[in-house]
Design a protein around this ligand. Structure first.
Ligand code: ADP
Ligand code: MG
Length: 702
């Protein structure tokens, strides 16, 4: 087999050797030549430009100056010791300050010599200074590194710096590598991918990304390497989908039988929306043949996902198989259970509820019924996955509100029956397209892009604390019209006690404002037993109480159509998707609904952006995009450790278009050559294999 020069262990590079090699591996995960080349510069400095000290202002980014060192001295006592030096050129002078590492920098500095200094001018009191600038003796005869003057700056670590492996040294090693071995770098992207996407050759790109000829060349190089990163990920994801389709069997569910038809024709209280019909057809289509389905159903709050879940589960039952519906919270699981029992009361379907609160005896009973097949539909919390339940024939797993559902948990479903169940993952917090394509690239997606008829858009307003009475007045007028309202307090896990006391205080002052018997108030929080929570929910649902005070336990799924106002206290403490979820609890009936966001006066920039977004739009997809922008992708998926690709160059937020482009390109290649058997794809196949072996396989995460 052809040896790829880039696989050579790093210690064999001229100037590295065993000791440095070890440090590079430990500190930067640079094991091979290839790793060094993909340790990309995180920025470039324009070394061709030298500023006059007199022209510096604090608005400038990092700049370069040349000057004579006038004075070096250590000032301050033990705790606040620092090194101060003054640099002068013909135009002025500037102070430089080091707080840490003063000793070894001091050795470097000699008054009277001329230095090249690189740093960010910042204001200290009324004077400009450089804090911790880079500094080196100025050598007027040194040849410029590149014509452009753009020089790479690399990340390094304190440990490496102590071994003299600083950014400059990495630059030198990279330069050596490219000079000695650069010619042997080959490209593994297929020719047509290069030409169709106007990508430059890999060899050229790697040269230009480290030592750009000019700005344009650097941009082309970065584009090429970003594309490559995303393309490889998509190849893995799509490649494994194709594998899976060939390998993984699911229960075939061809029959649309008595259960489905009776429910659809005789029980369903309203017409399905066009989108619901389409999605049910899509699900039937992909489960009928016996290939295991993995489907992500995205639908904004209130779009009617529960019915789609129900119909999918009836498909399983019609074919003599079993189904499960999993929810993120106990309340929601119970609500689903009650709801399903109500809707299916005239059908001989055995539905069971299994949660953390289920007694040991009942649990045993349920386990037995699942094994002998007499339980048709199991409803529960995500704890179902941890539970050792086994099914006779588990054909359909519906996971509600996926954004709270860990990636690893999903994989556990596969061990619950002989054949892996079809998986339908439902989420009301739409995952932005670019992220979905990367995280869930091998799931098929369905979208409920239509709300049931007659829904009126929810009006959202933002109030400051001090105008609380106005809000109460509004609530009273709504209650006088027969409506109900929610009042929600944030729940932050680390300080459950604090939140509870917040909630209880709010509850008590609310009782003064809304006295009995005119007003009835329910309260639900995480410290209550499942039974009590349920009781309070039922009281609210039946209209016995008009106000529901709650922590975010009601965040997802709760359905009380007569409730028209959602008041969110401390709204600045909630994330966007949470706010949107909470708002989705209203606007479910025929009456106009409102969402009121109450905040303190002081707001961070991000909090203000979130509130503005909520006031401006009801569109969950748009909200998800803003959320992604504010928080970054890792936070949203909640899979920092286990899931999101650790991209070196590409950014899922800002490179959305490139993700699509790379995906299209990958699809095209794989469509033509499923197993990459083609000679022209040999190098690509090898590269993918290499990535898999080094543990960067993203196809496993969905
Ligand atoms: P979500 O997608 O947020 O889970 P739900 O499934 O809870 O939404 O549905 C929201 C509300 O809309 C429920 O009260 C449900 O009964 C109602 N609903 C669902 N589909 C329709 C429809 N096609 N026509 C009228 N109402 C519907
Ligand atoms: Mg729901």
């Amino acid at each position: 087999m052809l040896h790829d020069i880039l696989d050579t262990p790093i210690e064999y590079l001229k100037g590295v050797g065993p000791e440095k090699g070890k440090a590079l591996k430990a500190e930067l995960q640079v094991h091979t030549f290839g790793d060094l080349l993909s340790h990309y510069p995180f920025r470039y400095i324009d070394r061709s430009k030298v500023y006059a000290i007199g022209n510096l202002t604090e608005d400038l980014p990092q700049v370069q100056v040349i000057g004579r060192l006038q004075r070096v001295e250590e000032v301050g006592t033990k705790g606040s010791k620092r090194l101060v030096a003054t640099l002068v050129d013909g135009s002025g002078s500037i102070e430089m300050v080091w707080f840490a590492g003063a000793n070894w920098i001091k050795k470097l500095l000699k008054a009277g010599q001329t230095y090249l200094v690189f740093g960010k001018p910042s204001l200290f009191g009324s004077r400009l200074n450089f804090t911790h600038p880079e500094i080196e003796l100025y050598n007027p005869n040194a040849a410029p590194e590149t014509k452009s003057g753009l020089r790479p700056v690399y990340n390094t670590t304190e440990k490496l710096k102590k071994k003299n492996i600083d950014s400059k040294h990495i630059e030198k090693l990279t330069k050596t590598l490219l000079e000695l071995h650069g010619d042997k770098i080959t490209d593994f992207l297929p020719g047509e991918v290069l030409s169709e996407n106007r990508l430059i050759d890999r060899k050229v790109a790697l040269h230009q990304i480290h030592f750009p000829r000019d700005l344009a060349a650097m941009q082309k190089a970065r584009f090429r390497m970003k594309f490559e990163e995303l393309f490889l990920i998509q190849c893995q994801i799509l490649g494994s989908t194709q594998n899976r389709q060939q390998k993984l069997k699911g229960y075939p569910l061809p029959e649309v039988g008595a259960f489905f038809n009776k429910f659809y024709n005789e029980i369903l209280p309203f017409e399905l929306t066009g989108a619901q019909k389409r999605v049910v057809r899509e699900i039937h289509h992909s489960t009928r043949s016996g290939v295991q389905m993995n489907r992500l159903l995205q639908g904004d709050v209130g779009s009617g996902k529960t019915l789609v879940a129900l119909l999918s589960m009836l498909l399983a039952v019609d074919n003599g198989k079993q189904a499960a519906l999993m929810a993120p919270t106990e309340i929601l699981a119970r609500q689903h259970y009650t709801n399903l029992n109500y809707l299916l009361q005239d059908l001989p379907v055995n539905i069971r509820l299994l949660t953390g609160a289920t007694s040991a005896r009942e649990r045993r009973e349920i386990h037995a019924e699942l094994l002998d097949g007499s339980c048709h539909i199991l409803v529960g919390t995500h704890a179902l996955i941890e539970d050792k339940v086994q099914f006779k024939a588990f054909a359909m797993a519906v996971v509600d509100e996926q954004h709270r559902f860990g990636v690893a948990q999903r994989a556990r479903l596969w061990n619950k029956s002989d054949i892996a169940p079809h998986v339908l993952v439902m989420t009301a917090t739409p995952i932005p397209r670019t992220l979905a394509m990367t995280l869930y690239g091998d799931l098929e997606t369905s979208v409920l892009d239509e709300l049931p008829p007659g829904r009126k858009p929810i009006e959202t307003r933002h109030y400051f604390e001090k105008n609380r009475l106005q809000v109460y007045g509004f609530l009273k007028s709504q209650i006088a019209e027969g409506r109900q309202v929610y009042l929600v307090y944030p729940l932050i896990e680390e300080s459950e006690t604090l939140d509870l006391s917040n909630l209880m205080q709010g509850y008590e002052s609310l009782l003064r404002e809304f006295p009995k018997p005119q007003y009835q108030v329910s309260v639900v929080h995480g410290r209550m037993s499942a039974y009590d929570k349920d009781l309070e929910m039922q009281r609210f649902k039946s209209g016995e109480t008009q106000i529901m005070v709650a922590t975010t336990v009601i965040e997802v799924g709760v359905d009380v159509p007569n409730a028209t106002v959602m008041v969110i206290e401390n709204a600045e403490r909630f994330g966007l998707s949470q706010l949107h979820q909470l708002r989705g609890r209203v606007g479910r009936g025929a009456n106009k609904s409102y969402c009121v966001l109450i905040t303190g006066h002081k707001l961070s920039k991000e909090a203000r952006r979130r509130l503005e977004t909520m006031v401006q739009t009801n569109d969950g997809f748009q909200i998800a995009e803003v959320d992604l922008e504010i928080r970054g992708p890792g936070d949203i998926s909640g899979t920092q450790q286990s899931g999101l690709p650790n991209l070196k160059l590409a950014n899922l937020v800002t490179d959305g278009q490139l993700v699509s482009l790379a995906r299209e390109a990958a699809k095209k290649v794989l469509d033509k050559d499923i197993g990459l058997q083609n000679e022209a794809h040999k190098a690509l196949k090898m590269e993918l294999k290499k990535q898999e072996e080094t543990g960067t396989n993203w196809s496993l995460i969905s």
